[in-house]
Write a protein that binds this ligand. Structure first.
Ligand code: SAM
Ligand code: FES
Length: 350
């Protein structure tokens, strides 16, 4: 009989397990263990952050992408997507709406759209920073050179989200075309960290061909690079991709992993993602109760939301930014938390 409580206690005390121990914990976990783990993770999140949830306003500013990730609805080969790019003015309007609603971080996310030069991106960062000097800017625009990242940082960008997707080479090659490499993804994360960004990594839970061993390797990879932000969410198939018929990731496993991550990285910024809210109407609340401490509602204009469909049935595509904000306010109040007006930078909290 394997004592998972022992492993959970060890994880809480040492913030790490061996690969073998992670595999054991994830394979043998019972409902009772899951509940124990969840309570431990929630207790730590409460101790570190109180009942405060950080929010980030997500602006999906382009759905053009030169990449062809097999899982992603906006991949280059999906000729049925109606492509869009927001103008600088439209992006600044999103920021204004967001600022008035209490957001103090803007996340500029998009496909890898080659039509933006580094100068375009730096100009945009500078314009946002001059209008909202008290706000943080997070970029999530994929793999770039060291030099490009450095230009963005010097222009005022504070954070960068780049999920590693999977730490296993073979698995990576099953999710991406040959042209993309895990090595380059890792190089990007290393560069971003070296330059001084607060960095976010992460992976999809239940992506096609993923095994428990892969997840254990993901956890160890995260431990090695110690990102300030960690984004995980269930894989959800998109009907116009090669993975249309694959199974979606599981809610329970995603929640268990959020709790494990909280025990490993007590002060990290961990979102309850939109994908989690998509597979279960209470997904984001459950994510917070499992130890997450960030929400990233959408600030993109409703006219384009449907076109940034990475996976089927993505939620909130018809709602105005204000509706989303108030809806999340209510949802959080219902479970005893509140959204705070704060940049929500990474700090060593506990
Ligand atoms: N282009 C940037 C990049 O590659 O980092 C940012 C945009 S990318 C669409 C953001 C994240 O969406 C990816 O890192 C991936 O983990 C997630 N994603 C893409 N397709 C998904 C799907 N079918 N289900 C769940 N998450 C997905
Ligand atoms: Fe471009 Fe996934 S294929 S973000």
């Amino acid at each position: 009989m394997i004592d998972n409580k022992f492993l959970i206690t060890k994880l809480e005390e040492e913030h790490a397990l061996t690969e073998e121990e992670f595999v054991t914990l994830l394979t043998e976990i019972t409902e009772e263990d899951q509940e124990y783990l969840r309570v431990r993770a929630q207790t730590i999140a409460r101790k570190c952050f109180g009942n405060k949830i950080y929010t980030r306003g997500l602006i999906e500013f382009t759905n053009y992408c030169k990449n062809d990730c097999y899982y992603c609805g906006i991949r280059r080969s999906n000729s049925e997507v109606i492509r869009y790019r927001l103008t600088d003015e439209e992006i600044l309007n999103c920021c204004k709406t967001g600022y008035d609603l209490g957001f103090r971080t803007f996340v500029l996310q998009g496909g890898e759209d080659g039509s933006y030069s580094d100068e375009d991106i730096t100009r945009l960062i500078k314009r946002i920073k001059s209008l909202y000097p008290d706000c943080a800017i997070t970029l999530s625009i994929g793999e770039k050179s060291y030099e490009s990242y450095r230009m963005y940082y010097e222009a005022g960008a504070d954070r960068y989200l780049l999920r590693h997707e999977t730490a296993n080479e073979k698995h990576y090659s099953k999710l991406h075309p040959e042209k993309m490499s895990l090595q380059n993804r890792k190089r990007c994360l290393k560069d971003l960290k070296e330059i001084g960004f607060q960095v976010g990594a992460g992976f999809m839970v239940g992506s096609p061909y993923q095994t428990i061993e892969h997840i254990a390797a993901d956890l160890l990879f995260l431990k090695a690079i110690t990102p300030q932000m960690i984004g995980i969410g269930p894989f959800i198939p998109h009907h116009q991709t090669p993975f249309a018929d694959q199974k979606q990731g599981k809610l329970e496993l995603t929640l268990t992993l959020i709790s494990i991550l909280r025990l490993m990285f007590t002060s990290a910024l961990i979102p309850a993602t939109t994908a989690l809210g998509t597979i279960d109407p209470k997904g984001r609340e459950l994510g917070i109760l499992a130890g997450a401490n960030v929400l990233m509602p959408n600030l993109s204009p409703t006219t384009v939301r449907k076109q940034y469909e990475l996976y089927d049935n993505k939620i909130c595509t018809g709602d105005e930014a204000a509706e989303c904000r108030f809806c999340l306010d209510r949802k959080m109040k219902n479970i005893g938390y509140e959204l705070c007006v704060d940049r929500g930078d990474y700090k060593l909290m506990c």
